[in-house]
Design a protein around this ligand. Structure first.
Ligand code: ATP
Ligand code: MG
Ligand code: ZN
Length: 153
């Protein structure tokens, strides 16, 4: 078997692999690099060959695990992604992201008069109306959203 090493292995952290081509920087935005600890390395590989999905992006972050909310946001943007937890250089756990039926709090409703945008806002809530390409519908005002990046809360 030919093994190709595109990124230095990490001891502990999270690997987000099989990200659709060109979406790594958006995934990085969801992770929020400002929240990382200062001694952690973040490696990004763009346009890597993948047997499964043709071309893919990858993000590897040392010393960090993703909150369920961030995993849901990644599922919205990069539904083919897999998330692996690395402990002591080994894959401890690997799973695919999974888009839930409802999305709480990740996306902001674009309708300014929506109840989720008032001075004492209630947390945003969307139903997944369609999958691939994903379309969300606000649970409060039914406004539809298909461009999530513009509306990340
Ligand atoms: N120590 C490590 N440091 C950084 N990344 C790692 C490390 N060990 C595994 N990975 C990455 O974690 C992911 C899962 O590892 P695994 O060995 O299960 O992958 P794989 O055999 O390439 O399978 P697949 O591509 O189907 O997920 C891969 O993206 C791999 O590159
Ligand atoms: Mg692989
Ligand atoms: Zn709304």
């Amino acid at each position: 078997m030919v093994r190709e090493l595109k990124i230095t292995p990490i001891k502990n952290g999270t690997v987000i692999d099989h990200i659709g081509n060109g979406l790594a920087l958006e995934v990085l935005r969801i992770i929020g690099i400002k929240e990382l600890d200062k001694d952690s390395t973040v490696s990004i590989a763009l346009h890597v060959r993948s047997g499964k999905i043709g071309w893919k992006d990858m993000v590897k972050v040392e010393n960090m695990e993703l909150s369920p909310r961030k995993v849901n946001a990644i599922a919205l943007l990069a539904p083919t992604a897999t998330i692996s937890i690395i402990r002591d250089y080994r894959v401890q756990e690997k799973r695919s992201v999974d888009l839930p039926e409802r999305i709480f709090g990740i996306v902001k409703c674009p309708n300014p008069s929506c109840i989720s945008n008032q001075s004492e806002p209630v947390e945003s809530q969307f139903h997944v109306l369609r999958r691939g390409p994903v379309v969300l519908s606000c649970a409060y005002c039914e406004r539809q959203v298909d461009e999530f990046l513009k509306h990340l809360a």
